[in-house]
Design a protein around this ligand. Structure first.
Ligand SMILES: [Zn+2]
Length: 56
């Protein structure tokens, strides 16, 4: 654990933007999520974006 990590103890969920407490955050794919459900939601949103770009 570095000092920088301590300073970034509070993160926002990449899906719902809720402030995350250090003990409760979930780290997935270079981003923090409040729970696995938000991670799945973000994955789905990204997948739909790619699908839309391919279809266009
Ligand atoms: Zn969330």
């Amino acid at each position: 654990m570095s000092k920088k990590d301590e300073n970034e103890a509070f993160k926002n969920c990449a899906a719902c933007k809720k402030v995350l407490l250090r003990k409760k955050r979930h780290y997935r794919n270079n981003a923090y999520y409040c729970n696995n459900n938000c991670f799945q939601k973000k994955l789905k949103a990204d997948a739909e974006k790619v699908t839309a770009e391919v279809a266009a």
